[in-house]
Design a protein around this ligand. Structure first.
Ligand code: ADP
Ligand code: MG
Length: 280
């Protein structure tokens, strides 16, 4: 719940209100080992964390550490082997299909590759409109007005509406516009800026920061890139081989990483020792 001091402070800052909480989340995959023998892979092992309303929690770790598996369980795209995901205190596993459908509005995702989630046969208009259609939001005219508004929000000219996603470089802006269509509360960004060159990456990070402030969005920001974490996150949770090895505020973790694994991740980023001075 919200502390009274937070209410008194009355700031538009991240509050202590949890929008997402995961408790003892575990995922075991059945895989084939050598000679095709069946084995279990513990991809996520007893992970717990919470995402505060209006804040950014970075989930970091090397490739294969289980970040996307956690994301997919948070998004309810994958069932946990054990453990729970709560959205504003509601255990997702207790929801029926219609309740889950409603809740999906509130939890959106942007993946690394916009062309993986945006259908190249769809005009940009249809890509952004699709969630509105699926959730039966508004009539045709209202949806068109909403798409125009969403393009404004991601600083894309309205004229791009009739073009196709592979025709332009603003793919991640389109993916963000689509994610915003249903007024979500939480956006999971799974390596959403990882494939972009540094210039475009900074533009998208600034866009996301502005939208967060304006719309009080909460971000679960998944990345293997610690430089990006420094720029954008409030809190960090570090994963290694499916386990959460440490967590805290960005300032705490960067100033005093207790795990050598985290230190190695920080040290592997060129120039992180010096102040970045970006996104301040
Ligand atoms: P990350 O996003 O941190 O790179 P992932 O969550 O994608 O890591 O993967 C964690 C581990 O789980 C990896 O070893 C990966 O190969 C394995 N894994 C992920 N999805 C599946 C799946 N559907 N079936 C079997 N193994 C999987
Ligand atoms: Mg991943």
């Amino acid at each position: 719940g919200i502390e009274s001091s937070e209410l008194l402070a009355g700031k538009a800052e991240a509050s202590d209100e949890e929008v997402i909480r995961v408790e003892n989340l575990t995922k075991e995959f059945d895989i084939r080992g050598e000679k095709g023998a069946k084995k279990k892979l513990l991809a996520v092992d007893d992970v717990s964390f919470s995402l505060r309303k209006g804040s950014t929690l970075a989930l970091v770790g090397e490739s294969g550490s289980g970040k996307s598996t956690v994301a997919n369980m948070v998004l309810n795209l994958l069932d946990p082997t054990s453990g729970k995901v709560f959205y504003k205190g509601t255990d997702l596993s207790t929801l029926g299909s219609s309740e889950l459908f409603e809740m999906r509005r509130k939890l959106q995702v942007v993946f690394q590759n916009p062309y993986g989630s945006l259908d190249p046969m769809y005009s940009i208009y249809r890509c952004i409109e699709e969630p509105l259609v699926v959730h039966k939001t508004g009539n045709r005219k209202e949806r068109e007005a909403r798409v125009a508004e969403l393009l404004d929000m991601v600083a894309m000219p309205r004229s791009t509406m009739r073009r196709y996603p592979n025709e332009l470089s603003g793919g991640q802006r389109i993916a963000v516009a689509r994610a915003l269509a249903l007024n979500p509360e939480v956006i999971v960004l799974d390596e959403a800026v990882s494939a972009l060159d540094v210039l475009v990456q900074n533009q998208i990070l600034q866009l996301l920061a502005g939208l967060q402030e304006e719309l009080d969005l909460s971000y679960l920001f998944i990345t293997h890139d610690l430089a990006v974490v420094r720029q954008t996150a409030d809190d960090v949770a570090v994963m290694r081989q499916g386990k959460l090895v440490e967590s805290g505020t960005v300032d705490e973790i960067f100033a005093n990483p207790t795990e050598s694994y985290t230190r190695d991740l920080i040290d592997s980023v060129p120039g992180l020792g010096i102040e970045l001075g970006v996104g301040q």
